[in-house]
Write a protein that binds this ligand. Structure first.
Ligand SMILES: [Zn+2]
Ligand SMILES: [Zn+2]
Length: 272
């Protein structure tokens, strides 16, 4: 898998209270150096506007780093309600200096179990996310929080057979049209203890159907603990397995906030 760029564009920190205390920016940079990551993005959650100031120290810590790795300052968005938008705008991007945004759906938005409806709502939001101009990457398609399912007394989402191949194909087409990258997420989808080996195999088949439509992909560990950053290797491995060329691996279009080669050509290879 020598051709797959060693990127990780989905990493959480302790600053928003989601990741644990090991996830400080300098420690993340050191660990990623050890793992051979060449470019990374910090992408903490922005689930409501009042949380915005918590992102400021992340940017400051990135700018204080001394590293060879190209480091970007990003953000992860979530839908505020089932048909609501994201807590984000061009003004916020500008004001806080976010260099890219990843986003997606994090809930079933249902109170009674209906597998077809669950899948349909996810699919609809995947397409909406792709069509949102300020979002560069659709995160972890068809990931669910197991606690939501057990808490509601529902059977677990343990098979990708519930997702029609036509949905995978439409997602790939819309992603390609809009220049949105589809995430290959290591800890949510590939190395999540809540999923069986069979599920993961089905999941890779789903990604292959998306890939067949020519979409680009983003690579992310989604690590919330320093020891989990190494899971990014699973995303690199799957990208290689899918036969993706380096031009189909997304990266931000601007120069990094810190590190990397500051001269040279930037620009995403995945523009529509
Ligand atoms: Zn997420
Ligand atoms: Zn995340």
């Amino acid at each position: 898998m020598t051709d797959i760029p060693r990127y990780d564009f989905h990493i959480h920190t302790k600053y928003l209270g989601c990741a644990d205390g090991t996830m400080e920016v300098p420690a993340i940079a050191r660990e990623c150096e050890q793992l051979g990551v060449r470019s990374l993005g910090i992408t903490d959650h922005l689930n409501s506007l009042d949380r915005l100031p918590l992102h400021k120290p992340i940017r400051q810590d990135i700018e204080a780093l001394d590293t060879e790795i190209a480091i970007y300052f990003g953000v992860e968005l979530n839908f505020l309600t089932v048909d609501g938008g994201f807590a984000y705008s061009a003004e916020i991007k500008e004001q806080y200096g976010f260099q890219f945004a990843i986003g997606g759906i994090h809930n079933s938005y249902l109170n009674t179990y209906d597998l077809k409806k669950i899948v349909d709502i996810q699919h609809r939001h995947h397409l909406r996310t792709c069509r949102e101009a300020l979002v560069d990457v659709l995160v972890h398609p068809y990931w669910f929080h197991k606690v939501e399912f057990t808490g509601k007394g529902w059977p677990w989402f343990d098979s990708m057979q519930a997702v029609p191949e036509s949905y995978a194909r439409e997602l790939g087409q819309v992603a390609k049209e809009t220049g949105t990258a589809i995430e290959i997420n290591a800890t949510a989808n590939l190395e999540n203890k809540d999923y069986s080996d069979r599920f993961v195999k089905e999941y890779i088949d789903f990604l292959a159907a998306v890939a067949a439509e020519g979409a680009c992909f983003a690579l992310g560990s989604d690590a919330h603990n320093i020891g989990r950053l190494q899971a990014i290797r699973a995303a690199w491995q799957v990208a290689a397995q899918l036969g993706l060329s380096a031009e189909r691996i997304w990266r931000p279009s601007s120069a990094p906030a810190m590190g990397g080669k500051t001269k040279g050509h930037f620009g995403s290879p995945c523009a529509p």
